[in-house]
Design a protein around this ligand. Structure first.
Ligand code: SF4
Length: 308
């Protein structure tokens, strides 16, 4: 069952410049992806590419000067602000990027029990902490007393204690050493195996590959390819978009060659044409105008007119 379906999502901000002139800037443009129950879909993009905005748009917690267009469906139902409010912290859970989401003045056990608006029992909390290798005394600790790894595990517990059906993890491996990053992603894999739909937002392709079902690649504020994780293997020729192939060959286990040029993290001012056209060896005149549509190719989706 598809739990979350995102169609043509754009997120934009209104900003003032030159005193009272207002300008609207797009940060995401025409993004498409979906995640089903029992699936872990990793969203890969460079820092600043709007990955967190995607999480915040789904949760309904965008800043006040932001707007969005397109459609977001939760189990087939339009995700309206009212529905987001009703589901947030219950069926929809966010594991935030920053540990600063925890209240520094409150014991972590209390925070986890109160997450999502409900109050969970101590027994539930203890069994969740045990599951994540957190000893019972962690309950009474304050955030500043926890190590980075413990803090991540507390955040995962916060999101999972309510039995959420859609879990969005925003850069959960950021700043963690490789072993801890693997362990963190493995936790999300377990949650997917138990039936949750997991959207894991990251820039760390290497850590998520062994655990993800599919990888959605963002470039220029849009999804340029959604491919099964096993397409990222061998010489990368199963990948249909040249930027996805460039990301794959940039990994240390491959050629370690960084993608050409500076990554385009935001939609270009003129949204016409392919955002990757400046660096693509197959670019033609047709890539420079109009909107490049998303197409189904083999088992994935790609935004490239040349993909077969
Ligand atoms: S649409 Fe054109 S420029 Fe963009 S990746 Fe495909 S071939 Fe290259």
């Amino acid at each position: 069952m598809t739990v979350l379906e995102i169609r043509n999502l754009s997120v934009f901000f209104s900003r003032y410049y030159n005193w009272f002139r207002k300008r609207t800037e797009a940060c995401l443009n025409g993004l498409e992806l979906s995640v089903g129950a029992g699936q872990l879909v990793a969203v890969i993009g460079s820092s600043g590419s709007g990955k967190s905005l995607l999480a915040h748009a789904v949760m309904g917690i965008l800043p006040r000067n932001a707007g969005w267009s397109g459609q977001m469906l939760y189990k087939g139902e339009l995700l309206t602000p009212q529905l987001q409010q009703r589901l947030r912290g219950r069926e929809l859970a966010l594991v935030p990027q920053s540990v600063s989401y925890l209240n520094p003045l409150m014991q972590v056990g209390k925070q986890v029990r109160m997450s999502g608006g409900g109050v969970r029992s101590r027994t539930e909390l203890r069994s969740m902490f045990r599951r994540y290798g957190l000893e019972s005394q962690v309950e009474r600790m304050y955030p500043f007393q926890l190590s980075g790894g413990m803090m991540r595990r507390v955040l995962v517990s916060t999101a999972t204690l309510g039995g959420a059906e859609l879990i969005i993890a925003d850069e959960p491996t950021s700043g963690l050493h490789a072993e801890l990053a693997q362990e963190t992603v493995m936790r999300f894999r377990e949650l997917a195996d138990e039936g949750s739909a997991v959207l894991l937002i990251t820039h760390d392709l290497e850590s998520v590959l062994p655990y993800a079902d599919a990888i959605a690649v963002l470039y220029g504020g849009t999804s340029i390819e959604v491919a099964p994780a096993h397409y990222f293997s061998g010489d990368g020729t199963m990948l249909r978009h040249p930027y996805s192939r460039a990301l794959w060959t940039a990994l240390p286990r491959n050629e370690f060659t960084p993608p050409k040029g500076k990554p385009l993290v935001r939609p270009a001012r003129s949204a016409a044409g392919c955002p990757y056209r400046e660096y693509c060896e197959s670019a033609s005149e047709a890539c420079r105008s109009g909107q490049i549509p998303v197409r189904r190719v083999n088992e994935g989706w790609v935004r490239c007119i040349d993909a077969t």
